[in-house]
Design a protein around this ligand. Structure first.
Ligand code: AVJ
Ligand code: FE
Length: 439
């Protein structure tokens, strides 16, 4: 796939940067300046922080590192350094105003397009195949997902709407409950040659031996999860990891975040509206502990990260690992629910064209899927281009999530993409599917 010409790479980088900016604009133009500066949850930055952090990273990587340009506003770098200021403290910083942040973003982008025009896009790992441009577009899209989480946490009138619902399920009753994934070796991870915009933690590709296992055909639905809730799952310590039990006790948690019971019915809040919990949709806003407890209650377990990737990429006919479950083609609206087009997951059993060779559905898009695995480097990992993207997060305190949600842009989602978070987190667009051993 790296055989693309410089013109193709330049067009691809230009389009990816433009798509990210269009999404950022949409997420930040739909609320007023007061709402941009407000902190809607201590877990999140004010939106105006993201609005300037995005171009600040773009300036550092594309203008300074790639373009060799002098810093436009070096004095603001520390304000937008995520490691220097935790999210909860960001509202008290002397941040750029929304108007200043937008002007800064426009100025950086204008100059970046000049750098992109001039770059040969080869000869240095940072620019080979337009890597740094792809990385920066993915970074902006990752913050666009973060900002969508802030919108979900925000109280007040509706600011964002989706014009059309996601695809309906295709004969969900006819789907088998689980799929058998045969044991044996497969290639996990990828390389710069195969996937030029893959981030450092997805590399290198390496062989993994995975014993045969069964995995759910579709993510666990709200209807299935509701039975766990209604049958007392949150009141029985047998199902819970000790830290998870402690968390639900301490915070009085008894259902997924944003659910509430009213008049004998489960309702959920979604982007400023309240609706009945949709039984046929994948469950959303559960912590790793909740996913782990449900799986134990159901007599099952979470899949490991390697199992998830094998179910998503392994083609038993060729023995090859695909870029996506459906093959090597870029995601289209027929394959998966991505890109904040629908602002909700599609019903379980949708997107038959996105199924893996073994018949597993909705691995990409809809909901991030918690896996059993800690976030660890692959053998031979090399941090690139900065340790703070993933290396500093490796360790047992973060769990891996796979597959991307409806809020993830296609450019920041693929069969090898790895996300991670703390096992207590519930505001992210995360659900899960379950697995079991052979026999
Ligand atoms: C990969 C989603 C965990 O949001 O913390 C954004 C992405 N890294 N800016 C995060 C990221 C730096 C990261 N996650
Ligand atoms: Fe960032």
């Amino acid at each position: 796939t790296v055989t693309a010409s410089p013109e193709t790479l330049r067009r691809r980088a230009y389009d990816a940067l433009a798509a990210a900016r269009a999404r950022t604009t949409l997420l930040t133009d739909c609320v007023d300046d007061g709402e941009l500066a407000a902190q809607h949850s201590p877990l999140m930055s004010p939106l105006v922080w993201d609005l300037a952090h995005i171009p600040n990273q773009e300036e550092q990587w594309l203008l300074r590192a790639v373009g060799g340009r002098a810093a436009l506003r070096p004095e603001i770098d520390p304000l937008y350094d995520a490691f220097r200021h935790p999210r909860a403290t960001r509202p008290s910083l002397p941040l750029l105003s929304p108007r200043e942040a937008r002007a800064y973003a426009a100025e950086v982008r204008d100059r970046v397009l000049g750098v992109l025009d001039e770059s040969r896009l080869e000869g240095d790992p940072l620019v080979d195949a337009a890597f740094a441009f792809g990385m920066v577009a993915q970074h902006e899209q990752q913050h666009d997902e973060t900002m969508l989480i802030t919108h979900q946490l925000r109280r007040g009138p509706v600011a964002l709407t989706a014009p059309e619902p996601p695809r309906p399920a295709d004969d969900p009753a006819g789907l088998p409950a689980e799929v058998w994934v045969p044991g044996g070796a497969f290639t996990m991870g990828t390389s710069h040659d195969e996937e030029p915009w893959a981030l450092d933690n997805e590399r290198p590709g390496h062989v993994r031996h995975v014993p045969g296992f069964h995995i759910d055909t579709v993510p666990v639905t709200c209807g299935a999860y509701r039975r766990f809730v209604d049958e007392g799952g949150y009141r029985d310590p047998r199902w819970w990891a000790p830290e998870g039990w402690e968390q639900i006790r301490r915070h009085g948690i008894g259902a997924p975040l944003f659910w509430r019971r009213e008049g004998g019915q489960w309702l959920r809040r979604r982007f400023g509206t309240v609706e009945p919990v949709p039984d046929d949709e994948p469950v959303l806003h559960v912590s790793w502990y909740e996913a782990d407890a449900y799986a134990r209650w159901a007599g099952r377990r979470l899949p490991t990260e390697a199992e998830w990737e094998k179910a998503a990429r392994y083609d038993p006919v060729s023995g090859r690992s695909r870029r996506y479950p459906w093959g090597d083609a870029e995601p289209s609206p027929d394959h998966a629910n991505l890109g904040q087009r629908h602002l909700r997951p599609a019903p379980a059993g949708a997107y038959p064209a996105g199924a893996s060779p073994l018949g597993v559905r909705q691995l990409i898009g809809d909901v991030w899927e918690w896996t059993a695995s800690d976030f660890l480097p692959y053998p031979g990992f090399v941090a690139f281009p900065y340790r703070e993207y993933s290396e500093v997060f490796f360790g047992p305190e973060h769990k891996v999530l796979r597959g991307g949600s409806f809020a993830v842009a296609p450019v920041a989602c693929r069969g090898t993409f790895r996300n991670w978070d703390l096992p207590v987190r519930r505001q992210i667009f995360a659900g899960f599917r379950t697995a079991r051993d052979a026999g």
